[in-house]
Ligand binder design. Structure first.
Ligand code: SIN
Length: 299
């Protein structure tokens, strides 16, 4: 297993923690019970968490009373952090944190209110998409607000041979702006992008099927949120093939629905999963802090 970068200086002397990795009964995911991320995590414990992340793709760390800085420090153990293009929704003093929230205060949107409105893998529209993201619950609605995760390795397994032949060796285009302004949740959450922001989100090309750089497993790497076309196919065929791949990506049996509990920290692998915010009634407050860890160029 490759060493994680940016390890904190005090991890060598950190005491081991007693914690359990409890896999969910369904498709993917595991709970981490008993670990306290306000305390330093030593190298052995970190390596167990890293292994669990690779095995289960989404980890739910229960009851984490961490500060934004502690979330950033823990996230950095897995790699460099990516700063979101929507600077207006970064946490003051902590630009590594994107505020995901539907709250409006003094006429101002506190965060990105419709993040995750379509199935997607975070930052697949960048040359270096995200390895994984961490979302920490700050305020939760009494109803709704779940996040769904779908296993893209199982999606690949489900692709029939005829479709495999069509997508073999092909790339797809990903664009941040393609569905940027489309309304799905109540409210107009999307600020107009400046020329500087647009320059940061130019269309990129990635393989339709990627190989996970740490496990070697193949996964579909297209999503309705950011993928716009399959390079080299006529438009109508590209649209048709993508619709078939999207349908295979979200088979009920391959989905984990996360129902948030107070102080949950959820850490998923964007190389193995796509995710979707289910939304909540507009009058209920929802606020989470997201860190996004940079990954490798997909191959
Ligand atoms: C996201 O896509 O990062 C946000 C997911 C959510 O709000 O549930």
């Amino acid at each position: 297993m490759p060493a994680a970068s940016n390890a904190l200086s005090n991890i060598d002397s950190a005491l081991p923690q007693t914690f359990e990795v409890r896999p969910f009964s369904g498709a993917v995911g595991a709970e981490i019970i008993g670990l306290d991320l306000t305390r330093p995590v030593n190298a052995d414990d970190f390596s167990r968490i890293h292994r669990a992340h690779l095995d289960h793709h989404v980890l739910v760390f229960r009851d984490q009373r961490i500060t934004p800085q502690q979330q950033i420090d823990f996230s950095r153990r897995f790699g460099e952090l990516q700063i979101h293009v929507l600077k207006q929704f970064l946490l003051a003093g902590h630009p590594e944190i994107l505020i995901v929230s539907n709250i409006i205060e003094d006429g101002r949107n506190l965060g990105l209110g419709d993040a995750g409105k379509f199935w997607h893998s975070d930052l697949s529209y960048k040359e270096l998409p995200s390895l994984g993201s961490m979302l920490h619950a700050q305020e939760l609605p009494s109803e709704g607000g779940d996040t769904l995760f779908a296993d893209m390795h199982k999606a690949w397994d489900a692709v029939p041979d005829a479709l495999r032949k069509i997508i073999a060796g092909r790339d797809a285009a990903h664009s941040y702006t393609a569905r940027y302004a489309e309304t799905k949740f109540a409210g107009n959450w999307r600020p107009t992008l400046s020329a500087e922001q647009l320059a940061q989100v130019q269309e990129v090309i990635h393989p339709v099927v990627r190989t996970h750089p740490e496990t070697g497993r193949k996964a579909l790497f297209v999503s309705e949120g950011f993928t716009t076309r399959i390079v080299g196919l006529p438009d109508d065929e590209s649209r048709d093939v993508l619709q078939q791949l999207y349908a295979l990506s979200v088979l009920e049996q391959n989905i984990y629905r996360h129902q948030w509990q107070p102080h949950d920290l959820v850490f998923w692998d964007n190389r193995s999963l796509i995710h979707l915010a289910s939304g909540c009634p507009a009058h209920l407050r929802r606020k989470l802090y997201r860190t996004t860890i940079q990954g490798d160029a997909p191959f």
